[in-house]
Write a protein that binds this ligand. Structure first.
Ligand code: G3H
Ligand code: 13P
Ligand code: ZN
Length: 322
């Protein structure tokens, strides 16, 4: 199988009550960890590249790494997606450069300007066989240069979604229902604490999601900022010299619930970073004399693989759906 768009993936996910994981890739070990898990579990998967990833690893290297993963895992559908494209030119460059899906994120602009830019990208993308994800509403956290403070985010307004989708022709829509980017998704003031002193975040706004679904029946919804920030990794980071107090994510059961509804794509990046960092810190602490990158990148890659396998089975529900 060669790289695919998300059209067929989302149709099957919508009808089957599961979601496809969209994992951010920045280097070879991350691509391998994700696709080995998806390949072994026979799961569709989306590999997504941010503007920052392109700046770090170079467009061509990332495309070639993803092509290698496709060759190694011919039994599963893999899509290559631009995450948070912020200009027409960036989207065009990815469309021209082999991506099968792009996101144009004009969510920080006015409703009218968001429509105009999204429509421009859709016209170019569709003419080249590429699909487009758009966004309405803003998430808290950091997306490349755009920083939105917790508490300053804006939930998607369901009354706007039909007009937006009609006028832009986008293929999927990212909405804001309380997820947030990064490893610190909520301030302590927004949370309660459980018996172990771990922050418990406010629940996602399923009412907003349900209202969007009613207005866009059959249309694929996307959730950004959906890392769960597993406390085992946070503990590992902190135990081995790191300092990540009060890192908190989205509870897995809420993502599972969303995946059973119209949410067809769930974005995960921070959990990859935590899995790798926790394991590399542990490795360095336990092997202070080692200096071969293969020695510490191997457990890091395995941790990404195990984490992605867990998501596929217990959060996304996409195992066996290739
Ligand atoms: O939503 C943002 C993603 O986690 C990508 O992060 O822009 O640092 O590559 P990045
Ligand atoms: P996390 O920071 O929750 O992993 O979100 C990633 C994301 O939304 C990428 O677009
Ligand atoms: Zn995002």
């Amino acid at each position: 199988m060669s790289l695919v768009t998300t059209t067929e993936m989302f149709k099957k996910a919508y009808d089957g009550g599961y979601a496809v994981g969209a994992f951010n890739v920045n280097n070879m070990e991350i691509v391998q960890g994700i696709t080995e898990a998806a390949g072994e579990l026979n799961s569709p998967v989306i590999l997504q590249v941010s503007k920052g990833a392109r700046a770090y690893a170079n467009h061509t290297y990332l495309v070639k790494l993803v092509e290698a993963a496709v060759e190694e895992n011919p039994q599963i559908p893999i899509a290559l997606h631009l995450d948070h494209g912020d200009t027409f030119e960036l989207c065009k460059s990815c469309i021209d450069g082999g991506f099968t899906s792009v996101m144009i994120d004009a969510s920080s602009k006015s409703f009218e300007d968001n429509i105009a830019l999204t429509k421009q990208v859709v016209e170019y993308a569709h003419a080249h066989g590429v699909v487009v994800e758009a966004e309405l509403g803003t998430l808290a956290g950091i997306e490349d240069e755009v920083v939105v403070e917790a508490g300053k985010e804006a939930y998607t307004r369901p009354e706007e979604v039909e007009e937006f989708v009609d006028k832009t022709g986008c293929d999927s829509l990212a909405i804001a229902i309380g997820t947030s980017h990064g490893a610190y998704k909520f301030t302590a003031a927004q949370c309660t604490r459980n018996a172990d002193g771990i922050l418990v975040p406010p629940p996602l706004r399923f009412d907003v999601l349900e209202e969007c679904i009613k207005r866009l029946p059959g249309f694929p919804i996307v959730l950004h900022g959906s890392s769960s920030v597993p406390q085992e990794f946070v503990k590992m980071v902190n135990q081995y010299g790191g300092n990540m107090p009060d890192a908190v994510g989205i509870p897995e059961e809420q993502l599972r619930q969303a995946a059973k509804l119209a949410v067809c794509k769930i974005n995960i990046d921070s959990d990859i970073r935590l899995a790798m960092t926790g394991n590399i810190r542990k490795y360095f602490a336990e092997h202070p004399d080692h200096f071969d990158p293969r020695q510490y990148l191997k457990p890091a890659r395995q941790a990404v693989k195990d984490m992605v396998a867990h998501k596929i089975k217990y959060v996304l529900g996409s195992d066996g759906k290739a």
